[in-house]
Write a protein that binds this ligand. Structure first.
Ligand code: CO
Length: 457
């Protein structure tokens, strides 16, 4: 039997319509999902957390508690970006620890941790803390293709992950570039060397994910990530219903309660229609784009890049930028193109092409990367490029977070006039600007309501 993790209420709407599903919609769906027999429901992560406060005026912690209340049988899963937690910088170990503690206390069962560079040192604290507070820790390997990202590379990494104490392992193919034959070889090789349950996460962007899932399943993968139709395919995960039907009656049958699945369908259809009408879901997102297999560029990165070129009136340089991306990636030691590296590499490629001179201009993040602040690059960084950008500056070789002093108590002091709980402090630490506005508004409203209540008693 293969297990399914339902991703529509996290990755599904994040990939297809900028993570705008409301808590009410998420809770309604999860109420039904809880009867379906999923291994877990992925419902929390960086974009869901940010979008809750930024666009929906909702508290992400309240969403988590509300979903937990209706999910009595099914585990809740979240995506966690190693030492970045859900944000964009490295946080000190005590903040990582507090975030794991509060996530688990509020209802998360499984924390899926990954690092953009697959630098094990950036995962260590999150694994330790998840285990300490009784959570299940899954480590995801960021999947990409390059001369260094071979099957041997991933098997070696998987063995290290096992030693680190993870409960399970995931191949995280964020760009949807894992081809069926590679999926088969990779799963076989990892399963041979590592005893942990293995999960596969991919996207249909290039149109090959379902085939890769089938090959992976036959090669022994234990869990796959799927998203309920019609919030599936395109830039999201393969369809839950299609995968369940394809496996029905075989030894891999996920044995889902299809009655519950059919109950959720009309609800999902109306949600999808609502967001198409609002103009947030562009039907083009459901199209297959095999070009990403050539350029290895994730869908989200491609649309960001097109916007940058469009804003500068330079759409005629589109092909040049596409050709520049693999070169920048090579210069930087082949980082996987996942947040935040995807944005960094994309922006640098645009700068290199538009300035007519490579690395004449550089974003601060690229300098930090070259100084070792993001961790260890997968392959050697181009020496000339590095010298051009940071000269002979000292490069750190230790775990980047080792340079950070504990900061949770300081953050608590800094936000003492706004935060009313440790959860609030964490929201502020991760998305300061957004959270300040959100929490001020939230508490003003609550205080107002309390005053009104007092007037009547
Ligand atoms: Co994904």
């Amino acid at each position: 039997m293969v297990k399914f993790v339902e991703t529509s209420v996290r990755d599904g709407h994040q990939s297809l319509f900028a993570t705008r599903m409301s808590t009410e919609e998420v809770v309604e769906l999860c109420k039904i999902y809880d009867k379906a027999g999923f291994h877990a429901i992925e419902m929390w992560g960086g974009a869901t957390f940010d979008a809750c406060m930024r666009f929906l005026d909702e508290d992400p912690w309240e969403r988590l508690r509300a979903v937990k209340k209706v999910c009595k049988k099914t585990k809740l899963q979240m995506l966690f970006r190693g030492q970045n937690i859900l944000g964009y910088r490295h946080y000190s170990d005590d903040v990582v620890d507090m975030f794991c503690k509060k996530s688990i206390e509020n209802g998360i069962d499984i924390i899926r941790v990954f690092d953009a560079l697959n630098d094990i040192r950036n995962l260590k604290q999150a694994v330790e803390s998840t285990k300490k507070y009784g959570g299940e820790c899954q480590i995801a390997l960021s999947y990409t293709t390059s001369p260094v990202h071979t099957i041997d590379y991933y098997v070696k990494l998987a063995k290290e992950v096992q030693k680190l104490g993870a409960d399970s392992l995931c191949i995280k193919d964020m760009a949807g570039v894992l081809l069926p034959e590679d999926a088969k070889k990779l799963v076989k090789a990892i399963k041979k060397e590592v005893k942990l349950p293995l999960e596969l996460h991919s996207h249909c962007t290039a149109g090959v994910a379902m085939m890769s899932y089938m090959e992976a399943i036959e090669a022994g993968v234990d869990i796959v990530d799927v998203s309920l139709s019609p919030l599936s395919n395109g830039t999201a995960q393969p369809s839950t219903q299609a995968m369940a039907m394809a496996l029905k009656g075989t030894k891999y049958d996920p044995k889902l309660n299809m009655k519950a699945i059919h109950e959720a369908e009309p609800l999902m259809t109306s949600i999808v229609e609502e967001y198409i009408e609002k103009g947030l879901l562009i039907p083009k997102s459901f199209e297959v784009n095999p070009n990403i297999l050539t350029y290895q560029v994730p869908g989200g990165m491609l649309s960001n890049m097109i916007k940058q070129l469009h804003d500068q009136g330079a759409m005629d340089r589109y092909q040049d930028v596409l050709n520049e991306i693999p070169k920048v990636r090579k210069d930087l030691g082949y980082p996987p193109l996942v947040t935040p590296l995807s944005q960094m590499v994309g922006t640098q490629a645009v700068l290199n092409v538009l300035n007519g001179e490579r690395y004449k201009m550089c974003a601060k993040e690229i300098r930090d990367y070259l100084h070792g602040m993001y961790g260890k690059a997968p392959a050697r960084i181009n020496k000339e490029v590095k010298e051009k950008i940071i000269g002979n500056d000292k490069v750190i070789t230790c775990r980047p977070a080792d340079l950070l002093k504990p900061e949770f108590e300081k953050l608590k002091e800094r936000y003492k006039n706004i935060a009313r709980s440790d959860e609030d402090v964490l929201s502020l630490a991760l998305f300061e600007q957004v959270a300040v506005g959100f929490l001020k508004k939230k508490y003003a409203k609550e205080d107002n309501e309390a005053d009104e209540f007092e007037m009547y008693v």
